[in-house]
Design a protein around this ligand. Structure first.
Ligand SMILES: C[S@@+](CC[C@H](N)C(=O)[O-])C[C@H]1O[C@@H](n2cnc3c(N)ncnc32)[C@H](O)[C@@H]1O
Length: 238
């Protein structure tokens, strides 16, 4: 994952999930692989140095230019490349992730950068939305979430955004090797189709929408890098 999340520059890795999902309640689908996913990210984040070496997401950089520092929620923040970037720019950031190792690394990085980021260890699907935010970021998390839960999460993000606030989403689409590698299992997860993400924000102002191909660090058996099209969106609530 050394080059992960370098949109339009280099690759990223994505854990391909094949386990079946089980519905535990009407609000939450817990997958058989949840613990494996947490372990995976815990292991990843326990390696020294930044896991995602490309710096913050381009959508986050753009969003910070479109809105003054404000209350911000980063869902699936990981080790915090986006959260720390925003905190450094003066945003009041709450970072949510279920990887404790990732959040500890985030906190350490925040301390080194002399900024403060509020961290919450939680499944994003079980996150308690006790207040609205002006900026909500969810970058490269949707492909780990069931499709219905992803759509529901977006609705929660929209509802919990202050008027004139922004949502920023980056997601792998169905156009890519991650999805195609196992289309049956992937169909259960939230890989938006091309053009789908901005349609989900009809009625909002689309400040920026971009779909672009990126090379993944993860390789095919023949050694060639996987390619994916990711969708990046910045939408403003009316
Ligand atoms: C590919 S990383 C992206 C991290 C970060 N958003 C970024 O762009 O650098 C995906 C992150 O989502 C987290 N994640 C995935 N599913 C989650 C869930 N259901 N609840 C909380 N965190 C989750 C993982 O632990 C991991 O940190």
């Amino acid at each position: 994952m050394a080059t992960a999340m370098c949109e339009a520059r280099q690759g990223r890795i994505c854990l391909r999930l094949t386990a079946r999902t089980i519905v535990l309640s009407s609000r939450k689908v817990v997958t058989m692989k949840d613990n494996a996913l947490i372990d995976y990210y815990d292991r990843l984040y326990s390696q020294p140095g930044p896991t995602f070496k490309g710096g913050p997401s381009d959508a986050v950089i753009r969003a910070a230019e479109l809105i003054a520092p404000c209350s911000t929620l980063d869902l699936g923040a990981g080790e915090g490349r986006n959260a720390i970037y925003l905190a450094r720019a003066g945003f009041d950031v709450t970072a949510v992730d279920f990887s404790e190792v990732g959040l500890r690394k985030l906190q350490k990085e925040a301390k080194a950068a002399r900024v403060s980021v509020r961290i919450k260890k939680s499944d994003v699907l079980g996150f308690e939305w006790d207040r609205p935010f002006r900026l909500i970021v969810c970058a490269y998390v949707m492909h780990h979430i069931g499709r219905a839960q992803g759509l529901e999460l977006i609705e929660k993000m929209k509802r919990s955004t202050e008027r004139r606030g922004l949502n920023v989403i980056a997601a792998f689409t169905t156009e890519g090797d991650f999805f195609r590698k196992d289309p049956v299992a992937s169909a259960e997860l939230f890989y938006p189709k091309l053009g789908e993400l901005d349609q989900l924000y009809s009625g909002w102002e689309i400040e920026w929408y971009f779909e672009g191909t990126t090379s993944a660090r993860k390789c095919h058996p023949d050694g060639t890098q996987m390619q994916n099209v990711s969708a990046r969106l910045i939408a403003r609530k009316p």
